[in-house]
Design a protein around this ligand. Sequence first.
Ligand SMILES: NC(=O)c1ccc[n+]([C@@H]2O[C@H](COP(=O)([O-])OP(=O)(O)OC[C@H]3O[C@@H](n4cnc5c(N)ncnc54)[C@H](OP(=O)(O)O)[C@@H]3O)[C@@H](O)[C@H]2O)c1
Length: 333
Amino acid sequence: MARIGIYGATGYTGFELIKLLVRHPGVAIAFATARSAAGKRLSDVFPTLIDQPLVSVEQADLSSVDLIFTCLPHGAPELVPLIQAALEAGVRVIDFSDTFRLRDPDDYARRRGHPHPAPELLGAAVYGLPELYRAQIREARLVANTGCYPLTAILPLWPLVRAGLIADQTVIVDSKSGVSGAGRSLALKTHFGEAHETFSAYNVGRTHRHLGEMEQETGLHIIFAPHLLPVFRGILSTIYVTLQPGTSLAEVRAAYDVFAAEPFVKLLPAGQLPELRHVQQTMSCVLGLQPVEPEAGRYIIVAAVDNLLKGASGQAVQSMNLMLGFAETTGLV
Ligand SMILES: NC(=O)c1ccc[n+]([C@@H]2O[C@H](COP(=O)([O-])OP(=O)(O)OC[C@H]3O[C@@H](n4cnc5c(N)ncnc54)[C@H](OP(=O)(O)O)[C@@H]3O)[C@@H](O)[C@H]2O)c1
């Protein structure tokens, strides 16, 4: 059994991860950390049959594990030092934050407005998207798990870029996320009274912190409009692309054959579009393709995922399976 440590076990992604790992046949959880609930048990926080003592970050013993998941907020002061300590101790890391997703430290500094906290580690980090980087993830010491919004932009766009079909390099990605995407900590915008029975856009245009990885992985210039949906989980992105004029629906669909053997990506038959309720609680990234004005190259792609599974914890387990030599879908189907 591989020994696993989880940092941030009382967050939305941390708990989702534990739910997956407890039924994984090849791993055992050696420790789980919490901040405010350190010293309690997981079942004190989430009263279910799943239980686990919760320790503080300082109490977690890196010598007891082979691999850790860091499910901490991107700005947590403990995050980078503990990743450095883990790597020095020979422990492999899957990080959920966006700290190591951009490869270029100058790009990071330009987009974030401050230098990267550990530029020496960027060379070791592999972008955690198995559909693009399967071979590299197998060997990686540090995996930067893909962001949930970026997943719904990169998987639909990458096949079109790869096939050379994109004519207009500026692409609109119009995304809607359930409130769990913002995490479990209290915030005015995501509390019930502010979020239910309404619908709002935020960080629209060129400002959202996930834009960088979308552009890095697709090579496109992206206009991104995220929205907050009054549901708990799921992201649906509607993507407006202009392809080479006259590209037929059959040619566009053929570009997605690259995903034919993927266990968790599916292009729907012509005429069908994905819906949130069909991907919630699943590992599926479901894509739908709609011709708009094919003679002018205009198409719409719709992508839907569960942000906590394929968009976070499930994707991380998919990468862990690759890193530890398990079948890629172990514990996920
Ligand atoms: N939510 C999503 O859909 C999603 C999708 C993809 C990626 N991510 C990324 O995954 C990471 C975790 O997100 P989340 O939604 O699970 O967040 P969350 O629900 O807010 O949980 C964060 C966890 O980290 C702990 N924590 C917070 N600050 C800490 C600190 N300074 N030191 C030690 N522990 C600390 C929290 O403990 P307390 O409860 O005591 O504060 C909690 O256990 C983030 O980097 C996020 O960007 C999230």
